[in-house]
Ligand binder design. Structure first.
Ligand SMILES: Cc1ncc(COP(=O)(O)OP(=O)(O)O)c(N)n1
Ligand SMILES: Cc1nc(C(=O)O)sc1CCOP(=O)(O)O
Ligand SMILES: [Mg+2]
Length: 200
């Protein structure tokens, strides 16, 4: 199965289940819990999501907490500027794991790939209310600058909707990551299918 173009970021098993039921192996589910959540709760959620994903051929990733990713047998993890450095994360996960890194500019992107990143999460593509403290949006042009600088999949993130997917693909993005477009949708399964259609 090719690397997934649609990445759902969630801390809800119910949302993960709806999206996996709709997308199967075309989906990556990144388990991302809030900083105040205990490792035990993160472990239990991630274990259920890994079991769900394995049964459907989907990829499961764990945000930040690479020890949890290893403990539950996830496909890999994602790190950003406040997490383990990419080279250290690669040593922790091992050579075969999927390792995502956040990049907002070409220089950071190149360094992350050189340090062992499998893919890059690139944003904030647009404004979003989901996460505080982000820098100004980089837009499709900012995504394009990163995509032109690296040879690994660029996953655009922040404010992504199905309607915005075409311009992101045009900018060179390989795929997209979403929280709200699926997680806050009235029907997460239908929203997943809408995003997959936009990505095809
Ligand atoms: C696909 C993807 N891209 C970017 C991020 C952001 O990760 P990070 O910079 O580590 O910030 P937090 O998610 O930890 O708040 C991501 N998680 N996934
Ligand atoms: C978790 C996260 N990281 C971002 C970054 O740019 O680093 S933006 C983001 C939230 C994305 O949520 P939504 O799809 O609802 O906009
Ligand atoms: Mg992080």
């Amino acid at each position: 199965m090719p690397f997934p173009r649609l990445h759902l970021i969630t801390d809800s098993f119910a949302v993960a289940r709806a999206a996996v039921d709709a997308a199967g192996p075309e989906l990556a589910v990144q388990v991302r819990v809030e900083d105040g959540v205990d490792d035990r709760d993160a472990y239990e959620l991630a274990g259920k999501v890994v079991e769900l994903c394995v049964g459907a051929g989907a990829l499961c990733l764990v945000n930040d907490r690479l020890h949890v990713a290893l403990a539950v047998g996830a496909g890999g993890g994602h790190v950003g500027a406040l997490d383990l450095p990419v080279d250290a994360a690669r040593r922790v996960l091992g050579p075969g794991a999927v390792l995502g890194a956040t990049a907002r500019d070409p220089g950071t992107a190149r360094r992350a790939v050189a340090a062992g990143a499998t893919y890059l999460g690139v944003g904030p593509a647009y404004a979003t209310s989901t996460k505080d403290g982000l820098p100004p949006p980089i837009g499709p042009a900012g995504v394009a600058a990163v995509a032109a600088a690296v040879g690994v999949p660029v996953i655009a993130i922040a404010g992504v909707t199905a309607a915005r997917v075409p311009e992101l693909l045009e900018s060179g993005a390989y795929g997209v990551a979403v929280i709200g477009a699926i997680g806050r949708a009235p029907d997460p399964g239908a929203a997943t299918i809408e995003l997959l259609k936009a990505l095809s």
